[in-house]
Design a protein around this ligand. Sequence first.
Ligand code: SAJ
Length: 425
Amino acid sequence: MKIVVIGLGYIGLPTAIMFANKGHRVIGVDVNESVIKKLNNADSGVEEPFLQKELEKAVKQGNFIATTEIEPADAFIITVPTPSKGDLWKSCDLTYVIQAVTSILPYLRVNNTVVIESTVAPKTTESEILPLIESVGLQVGENVHLLHCPERVLPGRIIHELVHNDRIIGGVTPSCTEAGIKLYQTFAKGRLIPTDAATAELTKLMENTFRDVNIALANELVKVGETLAIDALKVIELANHHPRVNIHQPGPGVGGHCLAIDPNFIVATAPFVTQLIKEARSINESMPMYILSKVEQIMTQIGGRKITIFGLAYKGNSDDTRESPAMTIYQALQKQVKYEVVAFDPHVSLDFVEKDIKTALTNSDLLLVLTDHSAFQKIASKHTANMRNKLIFDTKGIVKHFDTEVSKIHLGNMHTLKEVSIMRR
Ligand code: SAJ
C-alpha cells in the first residue's frame, strides 16, 4: 500500500515509520524543509526511544521518503497540530487540518482512505472535513473512506504504545471504519475498536479531560488541606489505597499540548453544559498564581533575594516546555526586579537555563522545584550546601533530600508556611 502522512511531528513521524517498517511505501510530508532534509538523512532529531533505529531501518529499506510535495496514494493520514484559538472558549483551531486536507484534494482517487489523527472537536470530521472531500466529486462511504483515529501515546513510550495500545477507529460510515481497521492492523497489536467518527472525537477529548478534572480535584484538595491544616499529599496517598480510588497528583498547574488544551474543545462545542470541565480548567490554571503567592510569602518572611527554579519542562524527564506552568512561574518571577531568578533544567537547553547546578544554587534563598525530573530525586546536601537560606519548596513531591539543616515545604504542608524562618548557612 502507498501511504502519505502529512505532518511529521511527534505523532506523524513515528506513525509513518511504523507503516514503512511493515512494508508499506510511505511518503512523509511536512512544510519544514530542514526537517525533511534531516529525515532523509535518517536523523529523527528528537529524543524518543527506538525512533531513531526504526527511522534508519525505514530509510535504508527505501520504504520512507520525506518531502514537501503531496502525491497520489492509497491512504492519507493527517497528523498536523490543532492549537487552541484565541477566542472566548479557546476552541479548536482547524487551520492546519483544513490546509492539509485541501492539499490532498487534487490527488484523491476512488477507494482512497483519509484519516484524521489530529485531535479535533466533536463532529469535526463529519461536518468540516466530509464536505471538503466530497467537493471533488467523491462520496464518503461509497467510493472514498473518511475516519477519525486518535492517538493515545505517551512521549517516551511512543513506539511501544503505538503498537500495543488499544485504538479507537471512528469511521464516518461503517465501511469507512472497516477501511481504517484494515489500514491500522498492519502494525497495531492492540485492539482496534470500531465506532463512529464523532464518538471517537469525543472519546479522545474525554480521556485527557478525565485527567485534567482529576488533577484539579487534587489541586483543590491542596487548598483544602492548607485551610484545615491537614496534609493533602498524605490524604491522597491513603485514599488511593482504596481499590476503586485513584486521585492524581497536585502540582504547580497542568501543561503540555493535550490536557491544558483538549478540554476546551469540548467546552467550546457545548459551553452551557460543561460547568465541571470549565471549573477544572480554571482550578488548574489558578495553580501557577497560587504557587507564586506562596513564593512571595516565603521570600518576604525570610527577606530572600535569589530564587533557583528546578525544572521548566511541563512534565518530568521531558524537554518540552509547551504550556508549561513552570515557564509561567519563571517568567512572572523574572519580571520582579527584587528577585534574582536562576533556572536549572537538565533536559531543557534554552539560552537562559543555567547548566551548572552548583552555580544555580550558590547564595540562593529558595530552591523552587516545578518539574518532577527523576534527577531531582537525587538532590543532596552537596548541592544545597552553598545556599544562603537552606529552603526547598517542592511543588511536585519529587525531592527526597534528607538533611535536618534544610527546611522542606511541599503541597501537603502549606499550612506550616508561616513558621518558615531564615535558615542561614
Ligand atoms: N500532571 C499533574 N498531576 C498528575 C499527572 C499529571 O499535575 O497526577 C500534570 C503534568 O505535570 C503535566 C500535565 O499534567 O503538566 C500533563 O501530563 P500528562 O502526563 O498527564 O499528559 P500528557 O499531556 O503528556 O499526555 C497525555 C496522555 N494522556 C493520558 O495519559 C490520558 C497521553 O496518553 C496522550 O496521548 C496525550 O495526552 C495526547 O496527545 O493527548
